[in-house]
Design a protein around this ligand. Structure first.
Ligand code: NAP
Length: 213
């Protein structure tokens, strides 16, 4: 199974690449990041999602079975890049998936998406939540086999393999290790239909949580 991870040098993306190994390829925008992706055992491909056309991204998806949107503008970014990465790059990747005939699409969104930003939120956070919400809505409108995953607050603590994964869960945090493990399990499991799933640490083993999602 060939799986393309967009935003391939991200913290979740590198963990996922390590779990998937040789079947995976990570798309990175910075040539200096190619070696880190290759060190996971995955292939590394240069592709800047803010500078590439649909045709160029579709070319990177040739012969792929699934694509994962793991990119994000990141904590230091401002309003403009919340839109160009968290919204527009996901839309571009979905356009490219359709063009390349790749039906399986896992989008990393965020808890908080799907609702208006809380009153009093700062402008960058509000733009981020709107960008994630619009990226989700775009994906839901498509004829793709999509799964939208909304993790809670991400941590770099070691994964514990126990989660809550459901359309709605109480706010919480989750280690990036466990987010990557959930995505790997979602990609291996039979497709369960168009699902939006929130994810935080819980008490259900990941395999069971994915099987009963
Ligand atoms: N932080 C949280 O608590 C939280 C909670 C829920 C969901 N999320 C979401 O979870 C996702 C993954 O999180 P993470 O911590 O793994 O993110 P991350 O480490 O910030 O990784 C994001 C990756 O996206 C890449 N990227 C940015 N612009 C790009 C472009 N134009 N073309 C290609 N790649 C580009 C970045 O590349 P560079 O290294 O070159 O910048 C980076 O490697 C993000 O969408 C984030 O919004 C975060």
């Amino acid at each position: 199974m060939r799986i393309i991870i967009a935003g391939g040098h991200g913290k979740i993306a590198l963990r996922l690449a390590k779990l998937l190994g040789a079947g995976a390829a990570g798309l990175v925008r910075n040539p200096a990041h190619l070696a880190d992706v290759e060190a996971t055992g995955a292939e590394a491909v240069l592709c800047d999602l803010e500078k590439s056309s649909v045709a160029e991204v579709a070319e990177t998806l040739r012969d792929a079975d699934a694509v994962v949107f793991a990119a994000g503008a990141g904590p230091g970014s401002g309003v403009a890049r919340k839109d160009t990465v968290d919204r527009a790059a996901s839309v571009l990747l979905a356009d490219a998936a359709e063009r390349a005939g790749v039906r399986t699409f896992v989008q990393i969104s965020s808890m908080g998406a799907g609702k208006p930003p809380a009153p009093g939120s700062d402008e960058v956070w509000a733009t981020y939540i709107r960008a994630k919400t619009e990226a989700e809505e775009d994906l839901r409108s498509r004829d793709l086999d999509w799964t939208i995953l909304r993790p809670g607050r991400l941590t770099d603590e070691p994964g514990i393999g126990l989660v809550r994964l459901a359309p709605e869960v109480p706010p919480g945090s989750v280690p990036r290790d466990d987010v990557a493990a959930v995505i790997a399990a979602l990609l291996r499991a039979p497709y369960a239909g168009r699902r939006t799933l929130e994810l935080v640490t819980g008490d259900i083993p990941i395999g069971e949580a994915v099987a009963t999602r």
